[in-house]
Write a protein that binds this ligand. Structure first.
Ligand code: F3S
Length: 466
């Protein structure tokens, strides 16, 4: 993105974009903008977009955005007020970014649905749209929530007040009424979403959840920008998003290549650290090109999650993985030595006993659950608590394969629909030592005051309090 296209939003928490846009909920604008800010936070901010009464936009670098007759109709309210409002938000953000037009999407995935993360503002915002009669125009799935909806006691050390559960339930009810597929996972690609909705390389979607966005673009070739939760919600209602960034063929072509030397096969923890390093080194708006070998899909997942955690990168063009031509615009090759990666990892590994070993951020795949079960079975008694988070979909598959029983026998605690980061886990576990195989979990748990470390699944036996 060029500086002229970048922008920031400043909004008043009172009447709205126009008399017809989001008038009814007090905090809607603030909420929306905080997420828009979050979404765009890596961009150079040069302009100011103000939502003022009467639809006055004060902005430098706004370009005309072409609307089809159908989109004009929706904006005029022929498809209902909620859809008109949602589309207007998409149009305004598209205009501010300099998008030339909108694009229809085949699917949306909404992040920011955990009450822990969005609080009462978020409940009001989502319920407000439901009250307007909003319905999702495309198949829409949702991210994890604040607790395991099948077992309120599965998050270690946390008990939930009735009022907290009711607030989360209100969010879920509103999403369900709008037509959401309540998968409650950040790995929709392991929950069968691409297969169920026939999503294939080249298709356009609007996904929130940075790790899923990076996986969609980089591994599946499905095109999406990194939408903030509210913008993914708007896109789901409108059925469209702005044609910009990762939706545009030319914007997906890398110009800088990062090559790991020597070409060691990376496990999931090393992959996460490589993601961190690439994210810190990468400059420029095009996706980085990455030449490295990954042990399996879980390692790829961890690499991409780390990339999305440390930066606002929405895609990496991974050699021999990304299903599209990288083009021929590489101008610079940066070498990353495996030693550097090892050194980085050594600093983050525990030197002492830990209380909890946490696996499953982003939500575990079957492959990861199998590896964990095998490791635990060969390890003997472990005093550290083992916690693994996954989707209900993967859980059910694991149940059929007898994996759940094996994990439970090995005293692993399985969390479905949630995780240690979007639940109140950190508030109740300050000072607790957690070792994880996920760079993303390590990053967020540390920021929330938990003593976090990185470790490999295969090292669990060395961490156990015996
Ligand atoms: Fe998923 Fe929670 Fe990690 S939502 S990506 S397991 S922070």
């Amino acid at each position: 993105m060029t500086a002229a296209k970048a922008f920031s939003c400043i909004v008043k928490a009172k009447p709205p974009v126009s008399p017809s846009v989001i008038p009814d909920f007090k905090y809607a604008n603030v909420y929306l903008v905080l997420f828009a800010w979050y979404q765009l936070s890596g961009f150079t901010i040069v302009c100011v977009l103000r939502f003022l009464p009467g639809s006055v936009i004060v902005v430098c670098g706004v370009f005309a955005l072409y609307l089809s007759a159908e989109e004009e109709r929706i904006l005029r309210g022929f498809e209902g007020e909620a859809r008109a409002r949602a589309l207007e938000v998409i149009v305004r953000v598209g205009e501010a970014l300099g998008a030339s037009r909108l694009i229809e999407i085949k699917h949306a995935h909404i992040s920011g649905v955990s009450y822990e993360n969005i609080g009462d503002f978020g409940v009001e915002f989502i319920e407000g749209f439901r009250a307007l009669g909003a319905r999702f125009s495309v198949p829409t799935s949702v991210n994890p929530v604040s607790y395991d909806v099948d077992d309120l006691s599965s998050i270690p050390g946390v008990t939930f007040e009735r009022s907290y559960v009711e607030a989360q339930e209100a969010i879920v009810r509103a999403l369900r009424d709008m037509g959401a597929d309540l998968i409650f996972t950040c790995t929709p690609y392991y929950a069968g979403i691409p297969e169920v909705y026939g999503l294939k390389a080249g298709d356009h979607v609007a996904w929130g959840e940075s790790s899923a966005v990076a996986y969609a673009n980089s591994v599946l070739g499905i095109r999406t920008n990194r939408e903030g939760g509210p913008l993914a919600l708007m896109a789901a209602i409108a059925g469209r998003t702005y044609y910009y960034g990762m939706h545009v063929e030319g914007e997906r072509k890398p110009t800088i290549s990062y090559v790991l030397e020597p070409r060691v096969v990376l496990d999931e923890v090393e992959a996460g650290v490589l993601g961190e390093l690439v994210a810190r080194m990468h400059v420029g708006e095009r996706p980085p090109h990455v030449v490295a070998l990954f042990e399996g899909d879980s390692a790829l997942k961890e690499f991409l999650a780390a990339l999305g955690t440390v930066s606002d990168i929405a895609m990496a063009h991974i050699h021999n993985i990304t299903p599209e031509n990288p083009g021929d615009e590489i101008k610079e090759v940066v070498k990353i030595s495996y030693n550097m990666l090892e050194e980085e990892l050594r600093e983050k590994m525990p030197t002492d006993e830990v209380d909890i070993v946490y696996i499953g951020c982003p939500h575990s795949s079957l492959e990861e659950l199998m590896k964990l079960a095998k490791t635990l079975e060969g390890t003997g008694t472990i005093k550290a608590r083992i916690v693994v988070s996954t989707s209900r979909e993967v859980y059910l598959k694991a149940l059929k394969l007898g994996l759940v029983e094996r994990l439970r026998r090995a005293k692993a605690n399985i969390v479905r629909s949630s995780c240690l980061i979007v639940s109140p886990f950190a508030n109740h576990n300050r000072g607790v030592k957690v070792a994880t195989n996920s760079y993303k979990a390590y990053h967020y748990l540390s920021r929330k005051g938990v003593k976090a470390y990185l470790t490999r699944i295969s090292y669990i036996k060395h961490l156990a309090k015996t």
